[in-house]
Write a protein that binds this ligand. Structure first.
Ligand code: ZN
Length: 211
């Protein structure tokens, strides 16, 4: 069985993290990790704009530093921006001070366009040590997900990937996709159809609220 949904046990183990939005409205939270990257982030912005939909982009600071105009476009279009570390660090490979420093560098990069450091954080690879997590939680809302798009899984055809996401779409879900080189083709193939599916089903996308 392919794992699209986060097991309930994980949600209970980490209650200070946001896994899902309220299930009371027909809302859905689209999130894009790892950008901004030319050729894909601009595509995502354009597809969202065509349909008046919004998303939250968890950016790698170093990518935002290289492509500030894309960060600017994301902000101008009314999307949300979150911190995804400056260098896409794996929490298990580095000390807590090193991890926090990388988050701070990302804050500084993003704040140069946003004006403020973002209040949202998503750990690369979905993993942080308990020390790292409790330090980050003092400053930011840690945003996880309840629906993994599997856009990085090269064994899935675009049709299978799209079908997997559509089948598991429901109120309040936080969906992760990626705006980076490795997922470029898959995201280009599935995003327009997925957005049309959401609209057909009466869903409205929302930006993840700030802390
Ligand atoms: Zn990532």
């Amino acid at each position: 069985m392919r794992l699209y949904r986060i097991p309930l046990l994980l949600e209970q183990l980490f209650p200070n993290r946001l896994w899902e939005g309220p299930r009371t409205e027909r809302s859905l939270y689209l999130t894009f990790d790892d950008g901004p990257v030319p050729g894909i982030t601009d595509f995502v912005i354009e597809q969202l704009a065509k349909r008046s939909q919004v998303a939250t982009f968890f950016m790698v600071g170093d990518n935002a530093r290289k492509h500030p105009s894309l960060l600017h476009e994301v902000v101008t279009a009314g999307h949300g921006v979150g911190n995804h570390t400056q260098h896409h660090l794996a929490g298990w490979k580095v000390s807590t001070p090193r991890y926090l420093l990388d988050i701070q560098l990302c804050d500084e990069t993003l704040a140069s366009v946003l004006g403020d450091a973002p209040g949202l954080f998503r750990p690369p690879y979905g993993w942080m040590s308990p020390f790292q997590a409790s330090a980050v939680a003092k400053e930011k809302k840690i945003v996880m997900w309840s629906l993994l798009g599997r856009d990085f899984d090269s064994s899935l055809s675009s049709a299978q990937c799209l079908q997997g996401i559509c089948k598991r779409t429901s109120m309040g879900k936080i969906l992760v996709l990626h705006d980076q080189e490795k997922t470029l083709t898959q995201v280009k193939n599935i995003l327009p159809d997925y957005l049309d599916f959401l609209i057909d089903q009466g869903f409205t996308t929302q930006v993840i609220p700030k802390f």
